[in-house]
Design a protein around this ligand. Sequence first.
Ligand SMILES: Nc1ncnc2c1ncn2[C@@H]1O[C@H](COP(=O)(O)OP(=O)(O)OP(=O)(O)O)[C@@H](O)[C@H]1O
Length: 257
Amino acid sequence: MNLKLENVSFSFMQTPIIQDISLHVSAGQFVGIIGPNGSGKSTLLKTIYRVLKPNSGSIQLADQDIEALSSRYVFQHMAIVSQEATEAFDFSVQEMVLMGRTPHKRLFESDTIDDYVIVQQALARVNMEAFAKRSFMSLSGGEKQRVLIARALAQQAELIILDEPTNHLDIRYQFQLLNLVKNLDVSVIAALHDLNLASIYTDYLYVMQSGQIVRSGTPKEVLTVDLLREVFGVETEIVIHAKTGKPHITFISDQVS
Ligand SMILES: Nc1ncnc2c1ncn2[C@@H]1O[C@H](COP(=O)(O)OP(=O)(O)OP(=O)(O)O)[C@@H](O)[C@H]1O
């Protein structure tokens, strides 16, 4: 499912937070958003999943203006994985994942056996089956993140929005999660902090700085020593990895002698 943003800007109390953002995610593509803290990545994603309304510009989902679409339609097609968006009420893990089925149901329609099977399969794919009856609030950060992925899987959406999805995950689950999402053959837009993971998993990258997109391209085109110095203020050595064929970044700390 394709997603297209044209000249999207959002300001908070006259202060521009993101400005003139244009980007495109085509069907099946994994697009990454990278940039320093506070550069506007989450704000950009929130305009896409309609928590924030842009002041100007347009957002199209499957070639239709997203503002004109019903929430039900949007969430049948778009799933969000963001720890910020977790509910304030305490639900069981199973209930959290069942929420992924809501956009596919009519008002007051009860859960079917099929829904429970889909939920169980989604929990199994993130190794969280044994936690089905546990309270979501009692889980560790990484376990919560995996449940949120299971919810997105149960939603069976064609576009998945990931806001720092590997936050809280140990290295094994970082790879597991990104492999899982990559192999779903859906469109993905993800804000990522780990630049080596972004390099391995994304097809295309947008780099944000101070609320604007300052560079875009394939990981090979974007992840250069000069760009990482300019945007992140870090020194690096970058080689094309023999096995992955992708840029591999080594960070050089000037604090280490
Ligand atoms: N409601 C708000 N009121 C005021 N400023 C805000 C608000 N929401 C976001 N901002 C500011 O907008 C800027 C962009 O924030 P955002 O969370 O989008 O950045 P980010 O790139 O996702 O950062 P991080 O990598 O730290 O998660 C920040 O300077 C933030 O303080």
